[in-house]
Design a protein around this ligand. Structure first.
Ligand SMILES: [Zn+2]
Ligand SMILES: [Zn+2]
Length: 259
């Protein structure tokens, strides 16, 4: 895997390992472009993210690593930002980064991908939460604030699947992503979850390919050992679908590289 743009640090309070540990494994895995995109601060759910005060420390430590490893690997700086209405903070959006990943982790304030709150699925109409989730993804794309769509179909994490066809639920979101000129990440974390497949699914990636939506790759590592895990699988998937290039970012500009 040539690029891996979705990786966390201990500042989010639910990851482990030092920045150097992550980079060391990335180098061993032959990754050429390695990005940190830790959970950006927000005045909601503060327990699972860095504080606003820690932004400088985070950015500086990634930039220091970029210098330290410049002969071995290209280190990029990003944030994974929650698309959550009324909680998107200017201090984050004004940060001087290579890219922003826009992600939806909440439906009506419910952290649906957190195993702590899995009980709520029993009380929800599955089709309705899928629709609400993808409505938020569409709005996130339309906001024009972000560069990469994080784990497009995260709502499948615990394998509660809709009765409606998934492509009909996702269609408008994909069109909005195309319209916004965003990049889709192929995120490997799904392999480590009950769903056992990448985000997005092969079916949705095929739809994205038809729309000529570019892709990038992300381990979504919360531990150094998760860096590059399932890299061969997702590279094969991307190539089989027809992708020949992936995208990395520098100062929020897309750069296409061969995969
Ligand atoms: Zn996380
Ligand atoms: Zn995420």
């Amino acid at each position: 895997m040539i690029a891996d743009l979705h990786n966390h640090t201990t500042l989010c309070n639910h990851a482990e390992g030092s920045i150097d540990d992550y980079i060391q494994i990335a180098i061993e895995q032959g990754i050429k472009y390695f990005g940190f995109s830790d959970h950006a601060p927000m005045d909601f759910d503060p327990k699972y993210r860095m504080s606003f005060k820690q932004m400088k420390e985070y950015e500086q430590s990634v930039l220091d690593a970029k210098k330290r490893y410049k002969d071995k690997i290209n280190i990029l700086l990003g944030y994974e930002v929650d698309y959550l209405k009324n909680h998107i903070d200017k201090r984050v959006l004004e940060a001087d980064v290579d890219y922003f990943i826009g992600s939806v982790h909440f439906i009506d304030g419910w952290g649906f991908d957190n195993p702590e709150f899995i009980g709520r699925y029993e009380h929800e109409d599955i089709d309705e939460i899928w629709q609400k989730y993808f409505h938020a993804i569409k709005e996130m794309a339309q906001s024009g604030l972000f560069d990469i769509v994080g784990h497009l179909d995260l709502i499948k994490v615990f394998k509660f699947m809709p009765k409606k066809t998934i492509s009909s639920i996702v269609k408008d979101s994909l069109l909005a992503i195309k319209e916004a000129d965003m990049v889709l990440e192929i995120n490997m974390a799904g392999f480590r979850k009950p769903i056992g497949e990448p985000y997005p699914s092969i079916e949705l990636l095929q739809e994205a390919f038809k729309l000529e939506i570019p892709v990038t790759f992300g381990s979504d590592a919360h531990k150094p050992q998760q860096v590059g895990l399932f890299a061969n699988e997702i590279t094969t998937i991307a190539k089989d679908i027809g992708y020949k290039q992936c995208v990395i970012f520098s100062n929020r500009k897309k750069i296409f590289i061969n995969i």
